[in-house]
Design a binder for this molecule. Structure first.
Ligand code: BES
Ligand code: ZN
Length: 709
């Protein structure tokens, strides 16, 4: 019988792509971001950079057309240093650039070329105080518009601003525009001439409404000795730490100096420590990353951290009590993952690759913060079965971190490519059937997400319209798995040998830049243009518009089901048992002997797919036969709880509620809350309220919406 206590020592873990997501509750669309409605005259420099007419399809153009009166074809800037811009012309040579519907900053007028953060972590007040200095390059020669800098901010307390060392008067935080926050308007004494830079230094503190940071009391940590804090900025939470151009279309090198009483890890390469302060017992930790980064990759964590080597270029950081277990889980595979990724793309460009294993409230499986992947402790399951998450986050070093989606509407470029690379890494290490096995799990997650978004088909498109929307609400398996399916489709269409040549070409072409889905299409067509067979296949067989803009499932690829067949077969036997009791087949522990955790997951997922749920009385039999509640693997346990809840087996309600207080990873928490809510709303709401302080603010907000609280 499943008891809450039997779950107590469950470590953690993760697998699969079944990031299940609920249809979002939409906030009412806000008025359009002003970046979108501004027009600028082309400077001579910019005019030179507009080489040819280019066709823009897809979202970008749709959006831009909504905001422009131009009837002329759009054109694009292609200066390597300005490629984040998408420019559109009108008869007066007016351009519209760098559109991101999820940013309020005037990114078409200024572009950040360097970020310096000098901050202190204040554990007593649960706040970050300090300065952010943004070096901003003027992109326009329209003096009217370059006299004002507009930045994203959300619930930040701004105390003062300097421009080039002089105090700025008259700056203003606009009223909030949900879900994007308050634009910070900074008037400048003089216009910044095109091509010139201005240093904007902002004194700020975070507030208790900050959505990016979770602060934990010592009592909330494993050894209960010290406080802990960590950030999660993707997608648009960086603006709740400091005012910035919070868009993935803008990338800049970063210098990050952090005063803290506890060890700190952060985005970038460590650059030493300095300035010990006896009075406060604090020291300044320095980090630096010269490869330009988008704001969403800025990260920091601090607490009672210890570290151990897990490879020649890699360390794992976590609490001292968990360190050895984490080291053991990761040390065998991290470097082979890196070598495999390097053989597919090209040399790892970030020097070191480290992993921070966070406390259980970390809301994601992993987050690809450069040099320091942040990961949930649920990947440490003792049998290495869930470290595909590390392969995934590592793969982001190329897809996402080096080559970045230009805005969150093109998020599939980050996640679809990364899921593809993750599976290629898995295949290189464990053999080809693992590629297909993982893809089968992914396809299931994709079909689930498409079902969940039945009322909101927009979010089942590969390229989504996020105007007025919160990217967190659009997050689902769709960009991952539809994106994977598309890349895999292209791979199979041109053939592996040719596709293998495209991969490094693509990542090299866009390294340190951001690109749109249109750029991706152009690049595929351009790369294969001299290859008759490949370009014929692409022009005849790739319906770009359908792939990018059709809602719902794409054509299903054929997968090698060799590893999955036994799982499906066992589920079929249980299905018979579910329909006719007393048949000849008897379940036994041997059914799953020698199976990988992934195979158990596939088997359990198959059961939870049935239209007729498993009978209540069989839930306990399933549990006892395969000792499911004894597992250390959260992927397995969450699937089992899911089956129990679908069966309306009251015996799993309390254990589920208990488990929901142990982990804050949204992949598990959201589907279980949704199901528990269907079974017993009172218990679901009570459980959420009891654990509200345990969850990260992002998880808190989304579950609140899921539960309609
Ligand atoms: N970058 C994502 C996490 C993310 C996406 C955070 C969007 C915020 C907004 C990360 O790389 C990721 O995909 N994590 C997955 C794990 C992966 C193995 C599919 C997760 O958290 O489950
Ligand atoms: Zn990812």
């Amino acid at each position: 019988m499943l008891k809450s206590s039997s779950l107590k020592h469950l470590p953690n873990f993760q697998i699969g792509r079944s990031t299940s997501l609920s249809p979002s509750l939409f906030r009412s669309p806000t008025s359009k971001p002003f970046a979108a409605s501004r027009r600028f005259h082309l400077t001579p420099l910019q005019s030179r950079l507009v080489p040819s007419k280019r066709q823009h399809n897809c979202l970008f153009q749709r959006n831009s057309l909504r905001h422009t009166t131009s009837l002329l074809p759009s054109r694009s800037l292609t200066n390597p240093s300005l490629t984040f811009m998408r420019a559109y012309t009108n008869p007066n040579l007016t351009i519209m650039a760098a559109y991101d519907p999820n940013s309020l900053a005037n990114i078409a007028v200024f572009r950040t070329t360097h970020v310096t953060l000098d901050v202190a972590l204040d554990f007593k007040k649960s706040a970050v105080h300090g300065t952010a200095t943004l070096r901003l390059l003027s992109l326009s020669d329209n003096d009217g518009v370059t006299k004002e800098v507009i930045l994203d901010s959300s619930y930040v307390d701004v105390q003062g601003i300097e421009a080039n060392g002089e105090t700025v008067n008259g700056w203003k935080l606009e009223d909030r525009k949900e879900p994007y926050g308050s634009a910070l308007r900074i008037p400048l004494k003089e216009a910044v001439k095109n091509g010139k830079e201005v240093d904007i230094k902002i004194q700020f503190s975070t507030t208790d409404k900050c959505t990016a940071l979770q602060w934990m009391e010592p009592s909330q940590t494993a050894n209960k000795k010290h406080p802990y804090m960590f950030s999660q900025c993707q997608a648009i939470h960086c603006r709740s730490i400091f005012p910035c151009q919070d868009t993935p279309s803008v990338k800049a090198p970063i210098t990050f100096n952090i005063r803290s009483p506890l060890p700190v890890v952060a985005t970038g390469l460590p650059a030493g420590v300095s300035d010990y302060d006896e009075k406060t017992g604090t020291i300044v930790y320095h980090f630096k990353q010269d490869i330009p980064l988008p704001s969403y990759l800025i990260a920091v964590a601090a607490g009672d951290l210890a570290s151990a080597s897990i490879g020649p270029r890699s360390m794992v950081y976590t609490g001292p009590e968990e360190l050895l277990k984490c080291k053991t889980e990761l040390e065998e595979d991290t470097e082979p993952f890196m070598k495999a990724a390097e053989s597919i793309v090209f040399q790892y460009p970030w020097t070191t690759y480290n992993v921070l294993i966070l406390p259980p409230s970390f809301p994601y499986g992993g987050m690809e913060n450069p040099n320091m992947t942040f990961a949930t402790p649920t990947i440490i399951s003792g049998d290495k079965s869930n470290i595909d998450v590390i392969a995934h986050e590592l793969a982001h070093s190329w897809s996402g971190n080096l080559v970045t989606n230009a805005n969150w509407q093109d998020f599939w470029l980050n996640e679809g490519w990364t899921t593809y690379l993750e599976r290629r890494i898995g295949a290189a290490i464990h053999g080809e059937p693992h590629f297909d096995f993982s893809a089968i799990i992914g396809w299931k997650a994709l079909t689930e997400s498409v079902k969940l978004y039945a009322d909101n088909p927009e979010f089942t498109k590969l390229v989504v319209n996020l105007e007025g929307k919160d990217p967190d609400d659009a997050f689902s398996s769709i960009p991952y798995e539809k994106g994977f399916t598309f890349i895999y489709f292209l791979d199979k269409l041109v053939g592996r040998e040719k596709w293998n040549k495209f991969i490094p070409y693509y990542f090299n072409k866009y390294k340190t830049k951001s690109l749109t889905s249109q750029d991706f299409k152009d690049t595929v067509i351009e790369f294969f243009k001299d290859d008759e067979a490949a370009s014929k296949a692409i022009s005849e067989k790739v319906d770009w518009d359908a792939w990018y803009n059709n809602p719902g499932l794409p054509p299903k690829p054929e997968f090698d089901t060799s590893l999955a067949d036994v799982c499906f077969k066992l589920a079929d036997s249980w299905n018979e048992l579910n329909q006719v009791a007393g048949g000849p087949w008897k379940p036994s522990a041997d059914d799953i002997k020698g199976w990988s955790s992934g195979q158990i997951v596939v088997f359990l997922e198959r059961i939870s797919e049935w239209e007729t749920p498993l009978k209540k009385e069989l839930v306990e039999k399933l549990n006892v036969t395969y000792s499911l509640d004894k597992t250390e693997n959260a992927e397995i346990l969450s699937r089992f709880l899911n089956i129990g809840l679908r069966a309306r087996d009251e015996k799993v309600y309390e254990p589920t509620a208990y488990w929901l207080g142990q982990w804050g990873r949204m992949k598990f928490v959201r589907p279980l809350y949704r199901l528990l809510n269907e079974c017993d709303r009172e218990l679901a709401v009570k459980t959420f309220q009891k654990n509200i302080d345990f969850y990260h603010p992002i998880c808190r907000d989304i579950v609140k919406k899921d539960l309609k609280l």
